[in-house]
Design a protein around this ligand. Structure first.
Ligand code: TEU
Ligand code: CA
Length: 575
């Protein structure tokens, strides 16, 4: 019987407030229009004041930036645009001096096609690096099968020197590594060890669920049921768990270093396949649950956010038992659009809905990952033209969809404004100067449209701002560890407008706080009356209101009127 005690062990990565930084867009210290490591160092005091304990950086290794760092050409160095290894060492030591930590993004499913391994591999079939990648013969001059890339077009690229194709489930400049090859694993273990020995506190392994591809692919037969069937053959296959176990047992033993993986297509029901045995698996799993909320059946068709779906997902993750592993809590990152534009209201109730989203994130069971800019209510640009987009996926998809006449250009553009990743990659809005205080040079991507009004500068000293609200939320979470480790219970489950839940206990983790914390969220832009009578256990009388996004919130009586996007947290002092 394995030792279950470590499931109830407290850990820094369970208690941390994490903050994701898309380095390219955070702060440019040398005015080349691109964010960099020295820029992050400059902003550590800001992050410290916010209450951040750990920063998660998108990839910083050397890269030609076909996919903004997710195409690595040298794992042992820092991307030129982001600075030097000395800058990295200075960042890490400054973070550690501030009692903060660094989680690194490592891309181990594929390399850049400019990585030395691939430059060698494509030379000949007998080259020592050839089987680092996944090669197949074509069929009558066509690719081995009709698999497609996540970024549009075929998942196969022809290589003249060896008259064969290599697999790339992402861009053609991101050839997939062959994890069946022991030498690939050993090479990756060495990379992880290098950064671990430098003192990195955690790793987020990119696209880890894709490390294994299905044997069907070995026959390279054309798939009968079309390329959409491709996903089951390239994600979440059993060997992935063997590879994760090998990483854990060979290089990342124990729980002092956070081991996080990203896995599309997995939600709370199956996450335990990745996280339920701490010593062999991941500590946490990044999912894609919130990415498609609000999307119609075409990218340019939007539907109102499905509140019941949002509740089901967040509750599902929070209800996971300790034995299933730990959770991250987030709704946005660099692969989707801004949360406020997707789930909140940027027009009439910007402040209320941004604060509601913050309150939800800070009272869930799991580690909050604040995506840079969400703490000030940044939102999607509303006026991007085609030439303003930088995402590698846009160029391919535009060719395939518009040039080939399948989609009207205006629909394609509208679809980008609702779904493209660049919406959440605009420069951090520090102040209302010409480039948001991000840079004195023209930024690599245009600022969002609201950059003049939504800024750190305008909010940092405003006690009623979204930023101040996040700071208070973070303090409350840290001062009430039941909100971190406590159990989760939901009320009004079937109501598709309000989200009401309770956090309580936490004694499994040695917390002795009898207080019960009740969270009320009105997830829509209309008021609603809530009859508490059916839940006498939360009939509020003189309990303590810890935080509310409406200044005049009174809690009493058994009927609550919740105003648009009204959100508050009550401490029930009853035992
Ligand atoms: O994203 C992974 C990803 O996009 C796929 O896993 C897919 O979308 C998902 O499985 C759908 O179910 C990571 C990075 O976050 C992204 O920014 C990179 O572009 C991508 O990998 C390639 O490195
Ligand atoms: Ca720079």
């Amino acid at each position: 019987m394995e030792d279950k005690s470590n499931i109830y062990k407290r850990a820094w990565w369970k208690e941390a407030i994490a903050y994701q930084i898309y380095v390219r867009s955070f702060k440019d210290s040398n005015n080349d229009g691109i964010g960099d490591i020295k820029g992050i160092i400059e902003k550590i005091p800001y992050l410290k004041r916010l209450g951040v304990d750990a920063i998660y950086l998108n990839p910083i290794n050397k890269s030609p930036n076909d996919d903004n760092g997710y195409d690595v050409s040298d794992y042992y160095s820092i991307m030129d645009e982001f600075g030097t290894m000395e800058d990295f060492d200075s960042l890490l030591s400054t973070l550690h001096k501030n009692n903060m930590r660094l989680i690194m993004d490592l891309v181990i499913n594929h390399t850049s096609d400019e990585h030395p391994w691939f430059i060698e591999a494509k030379k000949s079939k007998s080259n020592k690096c050839h089987d680092f990648y996944m090669w197949r013969d074509g069929k009558n001059g066509a690719p081995p099968n009709n698999w497609t890339s996540f970024f549009g077009g075929s998942a196969w690229e022809y290589n003249v020197s060896t008259d064969e194709y290599y697999l790339h489930i992402f861009s053609k400049k991101q050839p997939d590594l062959n994890w069946e090859n022991k030498r690939v694993k050993e090479a990756v273990f060495d990379i992880i060890n290098f950064w671990k020995n430098k003192g990195v506190d955690g790793f987020r392994f990119d696209a880890i669920n894709h490390l294994a591809k299905d044997p069907i692919f070995k026959n390279a037969e054309v798939l009968k049921d079309g390329s959409l069937d491709m996903l089951p053959r390239i994600q979440n296959l059993p060997p992935v768990h063997d590879y994760i176990k090998e990483i854990r047992t060979n290089v990342l033993k124990g729980d002092s270093i956070a081991v996080i993986g990203e896995a599309g297509g997995i939600s709370y029901e199956k996450a335990k396949d990745y996280t339920n045995i701490p010593e062999d698996k991941l500590h946490m799993l990044f999912h894609f649950d919130m990415h498609s909320i609000g999307r119609g059946e075409k990218p340019w068709l939007r539907i109102p956010p499905n509140i019941s779906e949002i509740k089901e997902k967040f509750s599902g993750w929070s209800k996971r038992g300790n034995e299933e592993g730990w959770n991250p809590v987030f709704y946005s990152n660099h692969d989707t659009t801004r949360t406020l534009s997707r789930l909140g209201d940027t027009k009439k109730f910007r402040s209320e809905s941004a604060k509601l989203l913050g309150l939800l994130q800070m009272t869930m069971r799991g580690t909050p990952f604040i995506y840079y800019g969400d703490e000030i209510g940044m939102s999607n640009p509303t006026d991007f033209k085609l030439e303003d987009y930088r995402d590698v996926a846009v160029k391919n998809e535009y060719e395939l969809q518009v040039i080939k006449g399948n989609v009207k250009k205006e629909d394609f553009l509208l679809g980008l404004s609702y779904t493209n990743r660049d919406n959440s990659r605009t420069p951090m809005q520090w102040d209302k100067s010409s480039n948001c205080g991000f840079s004195n040079a023209t930024p690599w991507i245009r600022p969002a449209t609201d950059y003049l009004t939504v800024t750190v500068e305008s909010q940092e000293n405003d006690p009623d701002s979204i930023l101040s609200f996040y700071k208070t939320l973070i303090e409350i979470r840290k001062n009430h560890p039941v909100l971190i480790y406590g159990s989760f219970k939901e009320y009004f489950k079937d109501n598709n407008q309000v989200y009401v839940y309770e956090r309580f206990d936490g004694s499994d983790f040695g917390i002795s706080d009898e207080t019960r914390y009740i969270i009320f969220l009105n997830m829509k832009d209309s008021s609603i009356k809530l009859e508490l009578g059916e839940y006498p256990e939360i009939d509020l009388i003189d309990d303590e209101l810890l935080i509310s996004n409406y200044a005049d919130r009174k809690i009493y009586g058994s009927v609550l009127e919740l105003r648009p996007y009204e959100a508050f947290l009550v401490a029930l002092n009853k035992g």
